[in-house]
Design a protein around this ligand. Structure first.
Ligand code: ZN
Length: 322
């Protein structure tokens, strides 16, 4: 449930939403601001539900109305996701056109969400601004990773809701109390602390990456065997999964070398044992190579197996020179 998740991880945001949405004069535009991984999209939907749900002070997330909004099946609600498709001037005009008509649903409230609004064309931002400036009874819920990338005139018309950066320790506690094992709890709360952390722990891609990282660490004195392992166990899997596995793998290895460097003392099963067993030396050059490989993955223009092969050869050369 988004409500419980917000109360636990973003209590200030939760209280602010509660205050804003139960007031007699609800703002006509909201801008949710937070780094990637903060639950902006989920909160935007929750706010939309809260505007019309009759079952609870905020959204109950269970009633027919709430479910229809979650499934994007509520007539007076439009959803756009800049992460999936650039928000265009046509989209802005579509909102305007649709909402110039009377509401279809009996509640009468009309609202729309634009997730990652910074991913809009300049023309779309201007059209959106014009629509925000007009008096109309629609409510805009916009989200962004960075308010600096949104037209200042749009920002100034919105009630800003700032998300705090995820705190790995808090996520670790949530994971542990919900029964996730200590190694997964530690790793996921550090590499991907978000609302999907439980789904992540069950993902095949994550499990393969974790096994790969463990193999890498255990066989660090024989990096060629690691290279063959990666080629066999990771790169030969379904190519649609490769990029995700490699990105997890790089995150886990980055975390591990950081923990070795800071002589991290914990009791998380094999992970902690390997951290303690590892040669205490300076791994900053290896960490840097991992970061570079991660950046290449993010660009999405390089072949995943090429990135991983190249990284392995770079690490082998680096260790040889030592
Ligand atoms: Zn409801």
């Amino acid at each position: 449930m988004v409500k419980e998740y917000l109360k636990e991880t973003q209590p200030i945001v939760y209280k602010l939403i509660q205050r804003l949405l139960t007031s007699d004069h609800i703002n006509h535009a909201f801008l949710l601001v937070g780094i990637p991984g903060t639950p902006k999209k989920e909160t935007a939907v929750f706010m939309g539900q809260s505007l019309v749900c009759k079952e609870d002070e905020l959204a109950c997330e269970k009633c027919n109305t709430c479910l229809r909004i979650a499934n994007n099946n509520y007539v007076d609600f439009l959803y756009f996701d800049g992460e999936e498709k650039l928000f265009t001037k046509d989209d802005a005009e579509f909102i305007q056109d649709r909402f110039s008509k009377t509401a279809f649903e009996k509640d009468g409230k009309k609202f729309y969400i634009i997730n990652s609004v910074e991913k809009s064309s300049p023309k779309a931002m201007n059209a959106l601004l014009k629509f925000l400036e007009e008096p109309n009874n629609t409510i805009a819920i916009l989200t962004t990773n960075s308010a600096e990338r949104v037209l200042p005139t749009i920002v100034s018309r919105c009630q800003i809701i700032n998300f705090k950066n995820p705190n790995p320790d808090e996520f670790m506690n949530i994971a542990l109390t919900s029964g996730m094992n200590d190694i997964d709890s530690y790793i996921i709360s550090n590499i991907k602390p978000d609302i999907n952390m439980f789904a992540t722990s069950e993902e095949e891609e994550y499990q393969l990456a974790l096994n790969g990282a463990k193999y890498f660490i255990e066989n660090y004195d024989n990096l060629y065997s690691v290279l063959y392992y990666f080629q066999r166990e990771i790169l030969l899997t379904d190519s649609s999964k490769n990029a995700k596995i490699v990105s997890y793998l790089l995150e886990i290895l980055g975390l591990f070398f950081k923990d070795v460097s800071r002589e991290f003392d914990s009791e998380y099963g094999w992970y902690s044992k390997l951290v303690k067993k590892f040669n205490k030396k300076d791994y900053s050059s290896i960490i840097l190579l991992l970061v570079e490989a991660k950046d290449k993955c993010k660009l999405g223009i390089f072949n995943t197996s090429l990135i991983l092969d190249q990284l392995m050869y770079q690490i082998i050369m680096e260790e040889k020179n030592d």
